[in-house]
Design a protein around this ligand. Structure first.
Ligand SMILES: N[C@@H](CCC(=O)N[C@@H](CS)C(=O)NCC(=O)O)C(=O)O
Length: 230
């Protein structure tokens, strides 16, 4: 059924990783096509598939072209075999919570991570402007909300792994490079659970080499925070 499904992605791209986790969770066959957005020719070719120049993109068996990680995951979830656990629950109330958590991760956690990362690559005397501080405050609020949700939950929306966890895994892993969240104890325990989940382990391992290479090209090196150091 999924023989001609193609995922355009990069191993270290956090949005690609969200979709890869969903594909492995749902045991869906696909053809991976690695895109190098740093190569001008590859980039201009890719723009024909995704005019925004963002990865990932999924092309379906029916020839549909899907952008946006959360939409791609929703598509995969609808097509997945009946035996697999749904990443967006059937129950409408639960489904709303899953989507809300995914939005919080995308907008406030990932938005804060991006703002802090960009800031870290400015000369030290130019860091910490108002918009960065605002993004950091929103990031802290989002971490507080997620940390509270996790008081009595294994996964973000409860006992079932969901779309929200697909989004959280790479976002929280990369967040460690720019923001130390060791004071959020439930989040810390949660990232460890995520990292031991088979789909997540596989995706993180395959992205490590490219991420290490990218980190080596930074103007201001980041100290990649290992969990043991937090
Ligand atoms: N809203 C998009 C964001 C995708 C995105 O930002 N992807 C990054 C890689 S993780 C990218 O393509 N960056 C390249 C660029 O901005 O030029 C989604 O949900 O898929």
């Amino acid at each position: 059924m999924f023989t001609d499904m193609k995922l355009y992605y990069a191993p270290a791209s956090s949005y690609s990783q969200r979709v890869l986790i969903a594909l492995y969770e749902q045991e869906i066959d696909f053809t991976p096509i690695e895109v190098n957005l740093f190569d001008p020719e590859a980039r201009s070719q890719y723009l024909q598939i995704n005019p925004f120049g963002k990865i990932p993109t999924l092309t379906t068996d029916e020839g549909e072209v899907l952008h946006e990680a959360c939409i791609i995951i929703e598509y995969l979830d609808r097509c997945s075999k009946g035996s697999q656990q749904r990443l967006i629950p059937e129950d409408p109330k639960l489904a709303l919570e899953v989507r809300m958590l995914e939005r919080i991760i995308d907008i406030y956690v990932n938005g804060g991570r991006e703002a802090l990362f960009t800031d870290s690559q400015r000369p030290p005397e130019e860091r910490g402007n108002k918009s960065v501080l605002k993004a950091q405050r929103l990031l802290e609020t989002a971490c507080t909300v997620l940390n509270e949700k996790l008081v009595d939950r294994t996964w973000l929306a409860g006992e079932e792994f969901s779309l929200a966890d697909c989004a959280a895994a790479p976002t929280l892993a990369y967040l460690r490079m720019v923001y130390n969240y060791k004071h959020f104890l439930n989040l810390m325990a949660y990232i460890k659970r995520l990292e031991s989940r088979a789909s997540v382990t596989k995706v993180f391992l395959s992205g490590r080499e490219q991420m290490t290479q990218m980190l080596s090209t930074l103007s201001y090196p980041l100290e990649l925070l290992a969990l043991e150091k937090l």
